[in-house]
Design a protein around this ligand. Structure first.
Ligand code: PEP
Ligand code: MN
Length: 362
């Protein structure tokens, strides 16, 4: 269990904490044009539950030459959305110049992106730029599953006086993310929640899922775990989106998704146990792979023995040898607390399978 030098991160009476219903942040991955922003925002304004409109202004893209975001022009459109719909606005900031621009355009909530949370220098600069400013900040988890790094970013902001602070879970880059775009690793977030129970936690279902079909189960899991809010990307015409086209929903699709979620059955303990069970299942899968790998290595060694037939000795000797091996294995099983009959059966089967080879063992 990690600890935090700051005893209490976040607060329950800020705008990021859920009241009766979770807070829903929705909007396009990227601000593309004033028409796209307004059309999407007008659709979202009608949805019950959506209270914050997001849009990416500066986009962290993997390769140069792809769409990098519209920059300051996008902030003007965000301001127009706020004036016209009354929705609060949110955007990602990845440096001090972004902070200054966003504050100038009266953005209501700042988001620190996953690619920024990984960099303590940048986070500290942003935290310093926010000294004396009252604005809620949501900190996404770092790209890699590193809880102290996530905590560190939150602590830097809190130390700068940002008290309306929240954590946003957007999934992690792991060796095997399938079927997700970013693996949720729910247990990681459970640990954060247990260290800082007052810290509002959001789920960015879009960047975890990466595809529309997974948005519902990911959102439901977050709700069942008692998250304070959801963030879902929405676009009036997702197929034409300049970024993340495959994971954005039309406002009416988002409406259906939000209505299909079960908000009543919040049983964080049951959901926590479900998460743990999933982790244990993954461990079993991993160990089964290891077992298979061991059997394969064993079979290769056996195969090599077959190439030395002249080194063979009488089978009678092998019986004695095998009895000693088995006796030793059963003793080990006993001290490891594994059922001896089970171990005996397993090894006898393994031996039977490689009986041919045992003839040659010295
Ligand atoms: C985003 O929210 O559009 C985004 C780029 O997210 P992340 O920082 O999670 O990659
Ligand atoms: Mn996106």
């Amino acid at each position: 269990m990690y600890t935090s030098p700051i005893l209490k991160l976040g607060k329950r009476d800020g705008i990021l904490a859920r009241t009766t219903h979770p807070v829903v942040i929705a909007g396009p991955c990227s601000a593309e044009s004033e028409a796209q922003m307004l059309q999407t925002a007008r659709g979202l304004k009608k949805l019950q539950g959506v209270s914050i409109f997001r849009a990416g202004i500066w986009k962290p893209r993997t390769r140069p030459g792809t769409f990098q975001g519209m920059g300051t022009a996008g902030l003007e459109w965000l301001k127009t959305v706020k004036q016209e719909t009354g929705l609060r606005t949110a955007c990602e900031v990845a440096g001090t110049s972004h902070v200054a621009e966003a504050l100038k355009h009266e953005v209501d909530v700042l988001i620190i992106g996953a690619h920024t949370t990984v960099n303590p220098f940048l986070v500290q600069e942003i935290a310093d730029a926010l000294k004396g400013v009252t604005i809620p900040v949501l900190v996404k988890n770092p790209v890699n599953p590193d809880l102290p790094l996530w905590l560190g970013a939150l602590e830097r902001l809190q130390q700068s006086g940002v008290s309306d602070l929240g954590a946003m879970h957007r999934g992690f880059s792991t060796l095997d993310n399938a079927p997700y775009r970013n693996h949720p690793k729910w247990d990681h977030v459970m640990e954060l929640k247990s260290i800082h129970p007052d810290l509002p936690v959001y789920c960015d279902a879009s960047h975890i899922a990466g595809r529309r079909s997974l948005l519902r189960p990911v959102s439901q899991r977050a709700i069942s775990l008692g998250y304070d809010g959801l963030m879902l990307e929405a676009h009036h015409n997702p197929a034409a989106a300049l970024s993340d086209a495959g994971q954005q929903l039309m406002p009416q699709e988002l409406d259906m998704l939000l209505q299909s979620l079960n908000y009543e059955s919040i049983d964080p303990e049951a959901a926590r146990q479900g998460v743990e069970m999933e982790e244990l299942r993954k461990q079993i899968e991993y160990l089964d792979d290891e077992l298979l790998d061991l059997l394969s290595r064993r079979s290769k060694v056996s195969a090599r023995m077959e190439s030395f037939p002249k080194a063979g000795v009488a089978e009678a000797l092998q019986v004695v040898h095998w009895d000693l091996v088995l006796e030793n294995l059963l003793l080990q099983a006993n001290s490891a607390g594994i059922n001896k009959d089970f171990v005996q059966t397993v090894f006898q089967e393994v031996r039977k399978h490689y009986a041919q080879t045992y003839l040659y063992q010295a």
